[in-house]
Design a protein around this ligand. Structure first.
Ligand SMILES: Nc1ncnc2c1ncn2[C@@H]1O[C@H](COP(=O)(O)OP(=O)(O)OP(=O)(O)O)[C@@H](O)[C@H]1O
Length: 280
């Protein structure tokens, strides 16, 4: 029997109210993530990736569907319940914009120690854990006394990665987590994430770039115009994509040379998507 999923999203719908009318940002999205599994969610700008990430951590309210995190149904949770769940460290998130996930009035050290103290860890153990996490994401210890506003964008992002990981969460949602990092620190952060995955944490890796998730994901789900149009083992999605949109993504990823489509093929796929009126 396969283990109980650590994250189970069923028929998730999200609407946004806008002056120009309602926007249907997610349409019956289904995703199931097993303990220790790494799932990449990819799609182009505006496909609904951040909406999905924000809905799964309770920052956007779904209009329909069901979200279960570590066996707990969270769909109807209010803000206070979500905050309590996040503070227990079960589900963590790292967003594209680190200022969204850090308290501007807390020093780096306090930001990192807070979730551990909430979990009831002794201060000494918490301090040791922080130091090891900080070193592993390539952050200098002298930055621990600074406020988020006193850090560079890349340093801030490393703090949010360290903060999401100090509690050994069951599942981490990462929305373009390494795009603000330079090449060396990107490698470091990815190594750290792989260690975490090996220790049993499930990762949901969200990106517009298929090439950047293909190397780390066990499975890839492709989001197109708010729907998952393809979901399968990473190798199968990259090597034998079934949906025209996925073929387009594979063709456009510079790091996936073996499967690269030429310009004419890409045009053909774009045309196919235009004439088929979007996802099947
Ligand atoms: N708060 C909001 N209010 C209204 N519309 C929104 C809101 N947030 C996102 N949208 C719209 O919902 C759709 C999906 O947006 P979302 O940010 O989820 O896409 P994305 O795939 O993460 O894009 P990107 O890669 O550019 O971050 C877009 O059409 C966007 O304009």
């Amino acid at each position: 029997m396969s283990p109980e999923p650590v994250l189970e999203v069923t028929d998730l719908d999200v609407h946004y109210r806008r002056r120009q009318g309602r926007l249907h940002a997610l349409r019956r999205v289904n995703l199931s993530v097993a303990p220790g599994e790494t799932v990449g969610v990819i799609g182009e700008t505006g496909s609904g990736k951040s909406t999905f990430a924000r809905a799964v951590v309770g920052l956007v309210r779904p209009s329909a569907g069901r979200i279960v995190v570590a066996g707990e149904e969270v769909t109807g949770f209010r803000g206070r319940q979500w905050r309590a769940l996040r503070r227990r460290g079960v589900v963590q998130y790292v967003f594209q914009d680190p200022l969204r996930s850090l308290d501007p009035d807390l020093t780096v050290e306090n930001s990192l120690v807070e979730p551990l103290l909430i979990q009831g860890r002794p201060l000494r153990e918490a301090a040791e854990r922080i130091r090891s996490c900080v070193a592993r994401v390539g952050l200098d210890e002298e930055l621990l006394s600074r406020l988020p506003g006193e850090l560079s964008g890349g340093q801030r992002q490393r703090v949010t990665i360290a903060r999401a990981l100090v509690t050994n969460p069951r599942v981490v949602i990462l929305d373009e987590p390494v795009s603000a990092l330079d090449a060396a620190n990107r490698v470091l952060a990815l190594e750290f994430l792989k260690e975490l995955r090996d220790a049993g944490t499930a990762l949901v890796f969200i990106s517009h770039d298929l090439g950047s998730v293909a190397g780390i994901a066990d499975r890839i789900a492709v989001l197109y115009q708010g729907r998952i149009v393809e979901d399968g083992p990473a190798r199968a999605v990259v090597n034998t994509p079934r949906h025209a949109y996925t073929r387009l993504l594979v063709g456009s990823a510079p790091t996936l040379r073996s499967a690269r489509a030429d310009r004419a093929q890409r045009e053909e796929l774009r045309e196919l998507l235009r004439t088929s009126g979007g996802p099947a």
